[in-house]
Design a protein around this ligand. Structure first.
Ligand code: GLA
Length: 391
């Protein structure tokens, strides 16, 4: 049975049969190849959308009710479009689509009732942007169904970031929403988060594959130190601004970081941000020149910086990365996303892949007692509408 047929069956089982057509959509997750914690500091990032993601099925209703259901969570929500929606802790994952609905309504989109079913293979809370995927998926489904046919994908990414910042309360940057809205198959994107200028770079890895390694240690972005790191970056910026009028921390020089920031913690945080931004620029130049193994070297340097200066890694991620780097054929590895658990990525020679996964799994289990999962990172397109419109 095709994935569409299977999901349609589950949809009908949950919401009942009707003559109305059911449309299907898909939003990918993302990995960030390099450029961590540079997005909200006005710097560069280098993410790619991946083929793991979330499907969304939608069928119009004749009333003003939106029913949501998640196959994975086994829960949902019933939303009355006449009411103002607010974020409530007990509403769990449904706060994400709720936020999008509210912000689209505020923006003037005339939404009508519909039944919406989500089902995905993207591990949640694993650093692959399951929340941004859910936000973008909801926005894209509702805008293409009830709005004009052409969706402005950049504006959609900005709206979803706003939902996450203001409605959910996570002070994240634009990287995840942008990558999921704008991804291109076989390409990573060099995104300047200050101007939103972006360029697609073919991901030619010269007989190497990108492997996602899941620590299976969940992280909760809101509960984590994410917002604290953001504040530390803002404090470092405020100090440097007393000496030179810069807009973002990524515009500081290393001499300013080392010379002006007396507090060791702020100096370390800023050192990571400024050096990481340069690593993105260098990494893209190396990839363009076909220097895959030097690119891998920068991935390792990025991990070290996140580990010691930005302090967002952790035992599980470090153990995965160290074991990965011990396997012959692995030329680079680093945590991806916000850290504090979640996923790491590795660049591995194709011939060594099986041995790599076996060895890293064993080593990781011996130290942490946890089982790691491995997925090939197949670089995919951004959010899209699937092929079924059947009654
Ligand atoms: C999370 C956030 C992003 C970015 C990364 C770290 O994924 O959502 O905006 O800050 O962490 O690079």
């Amino acid at each position: 049975m095709s994935i569409y047929a299977e999901l349609k069956m589950k949809f009908t089982k949950h919401f009942g049969d009707s003559k109305q057509p059911v449309s299907i959509f898909f939003a990918p997750g993302r990995v960030n190849l390099i450029g961590e914690y540079t997005d909200f500091n006005g710097g560069y990032v280098f993410p790619a959308a991946v083929s793991l993601g979330i499907w969304g099925l939608l069928r119009r209703r004749t009333d003003g009710i939106i029913q949501l259901h998640s196959d994975n969570a086994g829960s949902g929500a019933v939303i009355d479009l006449n009411q103002t929606l607010v974020c409530r802790q007990e509403d769990g994952w449904t706060n994400y689509p709720k936020g999008v609905i509210q912000y689209l309504v505020d923006q003037g989109l005339r939404l009508q009732g519909c039944d919406v079913f989500f089902s995905g293979n993207l591990p949640t809370g694993a650093g692959l942007s399951s929340s941004a995927a859910l936000l973008i998926l909801t926005a894209y489904m509702l805008q293409t169904t009830f709005g004009n046919s052409g969706v402005d994908r950049v504006a959609m990414a900005q709206l979803c970031r706003k939902v996450e910042n203001e409605f959910i309360g996570v002070n994240c940057g634009i990287m995840d929403h942008f990558a999921i809205a704008m991804g291109h198959k076989h390409h990573a994107m060099l995104l300047d988060c200050n101007t939103l200028t972006h360029e697609y770079i073919p991901l030619s890895l010269d007989n190497h594959s990108l492997v996602i390694m899941n620590t299976n240690k969940k992280r909760e972005l809101t509960d984590s130190k994410y917002n604290e790191r953001r504040q530390e970056c803002d404090q470092a910026l405020a100090i440097i601004r007393k000496h030179r009028d810069i807009e973002h921390l990524c515009q500081a020089t290393m001499a300013e970081v080392e010379g002006l920031l007396e507090q060791p913690v702020l100096r370390k945080r800023a050192r990571h941000v400024v050096s990481e931004n340069q690593r993105v620029i260098d990494a893209v130049a190396l990839l363009r020149a076909g220097e895959v193994s030097a690119f891998g070297g920068l991935m390792i340097a990025s991990h070290r910086s996140l580990q010691t200066d930005f302090e967002v890694s952790g035992l599980e991620l470090d153990v995965l990365v160290e074991h990965a780097l011990q396997v012959p054929g692995c030329i680079g590895a680093r945590m991806t996303g916000a850290g504090f658990g979640g996923c790491a990525i590795a660049l591995v020679e194709n011939q060594a892949l099986d041995k790599f996964m076996q060895q890293v799994r064993l080593g990781y289990q011996a130290v942490t007692g946890r089982i790691a999962d491995f997925y090939p990172a197949i670089v995919a397109d951004g959010v899209e509408r699937g092929a079924i419109h059947e009654g």
